[in-house]
Design a protein. Structure first.
Length: 565
């Protein structure tokens, strides 16, 4: 045993004693030494993949994390998990795999750690579902360790301005509307994603990267350093060293994943106008952490939390600008000043959140004159950007992001589509007109299955200049890059007989943000007649991951998690 090592580590049951000789022989066959096996075994879960820039830098980052683990006196054991690119799969049937992958990521990390009796874990994450998936696994395992976000992509440059992939999605609609040429679109797509790193605004990846720091499962400021920044290798080594210390101290996620930490994360989402997907993912992580959290808490916290970080898609700046301005730690200090976060919430490093924020100020000071993170008395908007609606069309709730938009209501005729493809075709053919309320259903967790994001449709409508003239409701999801009067996560979903399944073309639908309501002007007797005539779509059959997910997944209002209840 090495100096300072605990004698109750799981790996000792795997490796010590005469009867464990075969296990030792197998591991020695991988190139490890007897000395390596005498040390704590730290898993390095790597979601590196070549199908997207988001996770592309993680193979190199893992090298530095493992250096830090070895330097601290432990043995790293790297293993892989999967990742699905929302940005690449968006608008295709492949997008159905995205949310489903969250469960596969969590399961695969859990199984490796349990199967090999690992003592600790560092999970390297990048794109949208790898972050909550890894956090869910860490919460389930209650294993000392942490997550490390690979970092944001740098912005691209197009005709003198910074751009991200959302500009490309919206440019598609601009081409269809004759506001941009095919040649200009080709030029934009070649420069929008200049290298490794996750999408550069406060879209889902950066929203969740911030959230895991506020939850305490990632060291504060570790994710803010961009993917290609020269400081990233040292961040990796530092996290590796810190993970070993967590193992030695026996510091488990259950000691700091509390209601306060989840409410801190929600406050951060609201103060940055972050992705609505955070609602799904924080609910799911809370379930695995055995922390009570309800969907209406997001609305409650939103109402008291000002939007102060002026980030895209609703604001002006990209993720790298937030880091230059002082990072997530600056945001924490602002919210602590207003009593809007619990500073005594714990973190994986053993510091409180307030202590970590103060320490980070030394390495990431606030530059004079920065206006990325504003003062509490001068917010971008007085309340948070994400709200929860209820009402006859969404008894369990629906989620809307209103940041950057003054419209607070719309009543208009429903244009009903039973798939994203049908809605996208109508948008491409310019059949959606000002005043319409677009309804996309049977795209929920079970109905999709997989609750696809609708960025293709919303991006096209914004690109056509209809962003402030139409509304959209769906039992599917929206990308973190979506903005406008768009209500997602409508629950119960259409596939289980939710009210959204009964809407028909021409029904007058009202979205009223102030009343937190979504309804349709349909007489009760007509509603009852439609309900009596409704039949559920055929259930998926077979042994595919999609079929198993469709049979086991629960409501979006509870995180769209799998259940065997």
């Amino acid at each position: 045993m090495t100096e300072g090592q605990r004698d109750d580590l799981p790996s000792r049951r795997l490796l010590e004693g005469t009867e464990r000789a075969a296990a030792r022989a197998m591991l020695l066959g991988t190139g490890l030494t007897p000395e390596d096996l005498s040390r704590p075994l730290i898993g390095v879960a790597n979601s590196w993949i070549e199908t997207m820039p988001c996770n592309l830098g993680l193979r190199d980052l893992a090298v530095h994390v493992k250096e830090g683990i070895r330097a601290a006196g432990a043995t790293p054991l790297e293993f892989g998990t999967i990742a699905i690119s929302d940005g690449v799969a968006m608008g295709t049937q492949g997008m159905k795999a995205s949310l489903i992958s969250r469960e596969a990521i969590a399961d695969s990390i859990e199984l490796v750690c349990r199967g090999h009796l690992l003592d600790g874990l560092v999970a390297l994450v990048g794109c949208d579902k790898t972050i909550p998936g890894a956090a869910m696994a860490l919460a389930r395992l209650d294993l000392p360790g942490c997550l490390l976000y690979g970092g944001s992509i740098m912005p691209g440059r197009f005709r003198g301005r910074d751009v991200t992939v959302i500009d490309v999605f919206e440019a598609v609609g601009s081409v269809e509307a004759g506001r941009m040429t095919e040649e200009e679109l080709g030029e934009l797509e070649r420069v929008a994603c200049p290298g490794a790193g996750a999408c550069g605004g406060q879209f889902t990846a950066n929203t969740m990267a911030m959230s895991i720091e506020l939850l305490g499962v990632a060291p504060l400021q570790s994710g803010g350093v961009p993917a290609v920044d020269r400081r990233k290798p040292e961040v990796g080594r530092a996290v590796g060293r810190a993970a070993v210390e967590m193992v030695r101290q026996g510091r488990r996620p259950s000691s700091y994943l509390t209601r306060d930490s989840f409410r801190n994360a929600i406050a951060g989402v609201m103060a940055t106008s972050g992705s609505t997907n955070a609602v799904l993912h924080l609910l799911a992580i809370a379930r695995d952490a055995h922390v009570e959290l309800g969907i209406d808490e997001f609305d409650e916290i939103s109402q008291r939390t000002p939007w102060i970080a002026d980030l895209r898609p609703a604001g002006r700046y990209n993720a790298v600008d937030l880091t230059r301005a002082g990072g997530v730690a600056l945001l924490v200090r602002r919210l602590l000043e207003g009593g809007l976060m619990a500073g005594d919430a714990g973190t994986c490093t053993g510091q409180t959140l307030a202590e970590a924020a103060r320490e980070a100020a030394r390495e990431f000071p606030e530059p004079e004159g920065q206006d990325v993170v504003r003062q509490l008395h001068d917010p971008v908007m007085a309340s948070g950007g994400t709200l929860v609606l209820h009402g006859p069309l969404a008894p369990e709730g629906g989620v809307i992001k209103v940041a950057g938009y003054e419209r607070r209501s719309q009543t208009g005729p429903a244009r009903v589509f039973d798939s994203e493809e049908a809605a996208m075709a109508a948008a491409a053919e310019r059949r959606i007109v000002p005043g319409d309320v677009v309804v996309i259903r049977y795209e929920g967790p079970r109905g999709g299955p997989g609750m696809r994001e609708m960025l293709g449709v919303t991006g096209a409508l914004v690109g056509q200049g209809l962003g402030d003239q139409v509304a959209l409701i769906t039992d599917g999801r929206f990308s973190g890059a979506t903005h406008g009067l768009m209500v997602g996560h409508v629950a119960p979903e259409a596939a289980v007989g939710g009210p959204i399944a009964l809407l028909q073309d021409g029904d007058l639908v009202t979205i009223d943000v102030e009343r937190r309501s979504i309804s349709a002007a349909v007489p009760e007797e007509e509603w009852a007649r439609r309900a009596q005539g409704w039949t559920p779509p055929p259930a998926l059959q077979g042994t595919s991951a999609f079929a198993r997910y469709a049979h086991l997944v629960g409501s979006a209002a509870r995180g769209a998690v799998l259940t065997v209840d």
